[in-house]
Design a protein around this ligand. Structure first.
Ligand code: AMP
Ligand code: ZN
Length: 114
């Protein structure tokens, strides 16, 4: 755990969040500033700063994130149409430096993203 990290604090239960799934490895919770009718985040409990910091031993964990995201999307009624987003770096829009996968759905999505 990184004691300065917002998502580590959420994973540790030190900061409240609307948690929709939790197991030993992963946490899913609703985004506090939703950008679509359904918008939640999946994070590993392990502190990984972002996609560029993923290592060989994290491959299974990252795969589990996608599987969970799709499962939770189905639970939320957007299982056929959803977008997964990982931002890496401030210029790409990353504001929290603990890897997280956005799952967005419930509206039409434009392309390219802004
Ligand atoms: P990113 O810009 O890719 O780093 O995404 C960070 C996301 O975390 C944003 O969509 C924020 O709205 C969301 N966020 C920030 N603080 C919280 C919080 N306390 N609970 C839930 N989501 C949060
Ligand atoms: Zn963290």
């Amino acid at each position: 755990m990184d004691s300065n990290c917002l998502f580590c604090k959420i994973a540790a239960g030190e900061i409240p969040a609307e948690i929709i799934f939790e197991d030993d490895d992963l946490l899913a919770f609703m985004d506090i500033a939703p950008q679509a009718p359904v918008h939640f985040l999946v994070i590993p409990k392990k502190h990984i700063p972002g996609p560029a910091a993923v290592e060989e031993q994290d491959q299974k964990l990252i795969g589990k994130m996608m599987q969970l995201g799709a499962r939770m999307a189905a639970d939320k009624g957007i299982g056929d149409n959803f977008r997964l987003v990982f931002n890496n770096g401030a210029e790409a829009g990353q504001t929290v430096f603990h890897i997280h996968m956005h799952i967005l759905g419930g509206r039409n999505m434009g392309w390219p993203p802004g």
